[in-house]
Ligand binder design. Structure first.
Ligand code: ATP
Length: 732
């Protein structure tokens, strides 16, 4: 298993030195101080020994070739152990495994595995897997054979666990424990993160709940607003239309009334009509009075004429004369008829009368011309005068008749004018009544116009107010509130219903305004925080699972370790008893587990090793043949060496390490025991490779290869392969 050891700059090995181990047992011989133990320490060093003391140094520098008068000091000590890994004693897929360590003057150590830099921990793990433990049970340093006897029960247990190859379990356990610790730290961290997150999350949750309530409120507001606005639009439209129509109608009526009033109450036309009628009446009255006067005058004239005529006639009669007695009757009658006719056909007025009179005079003159002017004889003056007067009277009578007719006509004209006047006055009264009516009507329409105009203004204000409200609702509830279908007809309801809606809308708006904006930030933050919380909870879950898994693994490992340890202990005990009896020619020895309470006692003063925590330590009890010695302290040096060799060999027997280095373990043995020791070496060498540093002939004789170590005046250890005979010589 061990192929070779390469030492360079380590302690007394200033130059590169290679030891080949091609046989089961190799002995290293040489005089005191030549550097043999340095070889054993080179193994310890390469395998990662951290204790300077166990390498007989104080500082790292002590491990590096310190220089001599002839050879200058080195800056680096390096040791490589080359293993044959054909049997895969190391769990690496290489046939050869090289473990190398180098140390520098500054104390830095470098480890490498097959040429690749690794950590110490990697080396330790690798070795634990190959039963090359940290406790160094396979490297027994010079004078340390009885180390196991001197060790505390706890240390013994560690060595024993190591020797039994349980270190790998322990490693696994430690690894698991470390992971568990880390996991628990993580759990704590996650828990504290969650605790930190919790109030914020609660706060956000509440905010989001509020926002959701606001959303519901907003949705309610939107639908309420849509209804309200649609109704209000329709209402205002209808009302405006109504008001406009009513206004137009009222204006029309007003205009009509005004026009009518203007028409019938025209003072000019009424005045002119009055003037006309009055004129007409006055004319008619004047005509009547003129005719009446004329008639009276004519009557007077006739009266006077008749008086005169009567006088004339009386005088003529008194003269006894008949006028025109000699004129034939027919002619007189003809004249009379002619005069009558003239009178009857006399023209109107005075002119007519004059013309008639002239005609009559002509007739009379003609009459006289034919019948001769009445002579004084024939016709007295009175007779002529009477004739004239009679003719005149006749004419006047005709005239009177005519005037009477004219008077009658004038009177009836006057009556008509009066009637017209009366009728006109009657009409005026009606007009005034009508105007009064119309004025009332007009006032009514004026007030109606004013009323409708004010309604129009009121509606315009309402429209403005509505627009403002729409703006407000838009601001708090978004455009959805304003996207609604216009209503085609208004429901039959009281205006109060819409006012109630308006109040409800106002209340909702206020509540929504109080609820604040849409809170996108808060929602996003809540979502992220909740996700983070979920993530943490999951992580916690995973961590808890992995912690549980690790705890289980640890428990399993503990159980396995305990069982393996108990089993191993029994085997070691069997072997120990056997070797002990062999070495002492009888007697017995055994390893026992400490009592639990003793262990507790020890806990108080001893510094417990982490690996052995809570586990009972190991006691050694011996039973020497023919002696009543029980305590280890009472054994002689040789007896102590024998006991520890028996134990070391027993442990190596039960679980053979790849190699075993024994540095002058045989120093205290007498000849008989040296032989037995030699036998045991040979026996052990079948399972583990042995490197023995010895001055003992017997031991040398059992080795396949012998190396001699010498040191010249330059202080450098030199190595040479020697034969058995030479070896005895070299050892001296
Ligand atoms: P013994 O048979 O007496 O046990 P040994 O052969 O085992 O002797 P070691 O103890 O291995 O001898 O060798 C010790 C020698 O190594 C000493 O001579 C010491 O001076 C030398 N040595 C130790 N450390 C260094 C170092 N850093 N540089 C040079 N020489 C060193």
């Amino acid at each position: 298993m061990l192929k070779r050891l390469e030492i360079a700059g380590f302690k007394s090995f200033a130059k590169k030195t290679v030891l080949d181990f091609s046989t089961a047992a190799t002995a290293i011989v040489g005089p005191n101080g030549s550097g043999k133990s340095n070889v054993a320490e080179a193994f310890r060093f390469a395998l990662g020994e951290q204790s300077m003391k166990s390498m007989r140094g104080k500082r790292a520098e002590d491990l590096i070739w310190g220089g001599s008068a002839m050879v200058p000091r080195a800056n680096r000590a390096a040791v490589a152990i080359v293993f044959d890994n054909a049997r895969r004693i190391f769990k690496l897929d290489f046939d050869e495994v090289v473990i190398e360590r180098a140390v520098f003057r500054d104390g830095q150590s470098e480890y490498s595995l097959n040429g690749s830099r690794v950590r110490l921990r990697d080396i330790e793990e690798l070795l634990a897997g190959a039963n090359i433990g940290e406790t160094g049970h396979h490297i027994i340093s010079q004078g340390e054979a009885d180390r196991i006897l001197l060790a505390s029960p706890r240390e013994r247990r560690e060595m024993l666990e190591d020797a039994l190859g349980l270190a790998a379990y322990e490693f696994k356990k430690q690894e698991a424990a470390r992971k568990l610790e880390k996991t628990e730290e993580n759990i704590q961290q996650v828990n504290s993160l969650r605790r930190e997150l919790a109030p914020h999350l609660r706060f956000l949750e509440k905010q989001v709940e509020k926002l959701e309530r606001a959303d519901a409120l907003r949705a309610e507001l939107v639908s309420s607003a849509q209804l309200y606005f649609a109704l209000e639009d329709a209402y205002l439209e209808r009302e405006k239309e109504r008001a406009e129509k009513a206004l137009a109608r009222a204006r029309e009526k007003l205009a009509e009334a005004e026009a009518e009033i203007a028409r019938i109450a025209d003072p000019q036309s009424a005045d002119s009509e009055t003037v006309r009628l009055t004129e007409a009446l006055r004319n008619a009255e004047r005509a009547v009075s003129e005719r009446a006067k004329e008639r009276a005058e004519l009557s007077h004239q006739i009266g006077r004429l008749e008086g005169t005529l009567a006088e004339v006639k009386r005088r003529a009669q008194a003269a006894g004369r008949e006028p025109y007695a000699k004129v034939p009757r027919e002619e007189l009658s003809a004249l009379h008829e002619e005069v009558e006719r003239q009178v009857a056909h006399a023209g109107e007025g005075a002119e007519g009368l004059k013309a008639a009179l002239a005609a009559i005079r002509t007739m009379v003159a003609t009459f006289f011309a034919r019948h001769g002017t009445p002579s004084e004889d024939a016709l007295s003056d009175d007779e002529g005068a009477a004739l004239r007067l009679e003719a005149e009277r006749e004419a006047l009578a005709a005239r009177v008749k005519q005037v009477a007719e004219e008077l009658e006509a004038a009177e009836s004209a006057r009556a008509r004018a009066r009637e017209a006047m009366l009728a006109f006055e009657e009409t005026g009264r009606e007009v005034r009544r009508r105007i009064l009516d119309l004025a009332q009507h007009k006032a009514h329409e004026e007030s109606e116009v004013a009323r409708q105009e004010s309604r129009g203004r009121e509606l315009a204000l309402m429209q403005e107010e509505l627009a403002r409200e729409k703006g407000e609702v838009l601001a708090v509830a978004g455009s959805a509130a304003l996207s609604y279908e216009p209503l085609t007809e208004l429901p039959e309801e009281e205006r109060r219903a819409q006012e109630d809606r308006h109040r409800a809308l106002e209340r909702m708006k206020i509540r929504l305004e109080e609820a604040g904006g849409t809170g996108e930030d808060i929602r996003t933050e809540f979502k992220e925080t909740a996700e983070r919380e979920r993530f943490l909870a999951n992580e916690l879950d995973d961590l808890a699972k992995s912690a549980a898994g690790l705890a289980e693994l640890i428990a399993d490992l503990d159980a396995e370790l305990a069982k393996s340890f108990t089993d191993g202990l029994a085997k070691v005990n069997a072997s120990f008893a056997e070797y002990f009896a062999l070495m002492f020619g009888g007697g017995g020895a055994r390893l026992t587990m400490e009592e639990a309470d003793e262990e507790r006692e020890e806990d108080e003063d001893a510094e417990p090793a982490a690996t052995a925590m809570g586990k009972p330590g190991i006691e050694i009890s011996v039973n020497l043949p023919k002696k009543r010695v029980q305590s280890l302290m009472q054994l002689s040096g040789g007896e102590r060496a024998l006991t520890s060799i028996a134990l070391i060999f027993a442990m190596s027997q039960v679980n053979p390490p790849p190699f075993l280095i024994l540095d002058e373990t045989d120093a205290a043995l007498d000849e008989a025991n040296s032989r037995r020791y030699g036998d045991m070496i040979e026996n052990l060498a079948r399972k583990s490779q042995l490197i023995v540093i010895t001055h003992n002939r017997e031991t040398m004789s059992r080795a396949g290869i012998l190396y001699g170590v010498t040191m010249g005046s330059d202080g450098v250890s030199k190595l040479l392969s020697v034969k058995f005979e030479e070896a005895v010589q070299v050892a001296k």
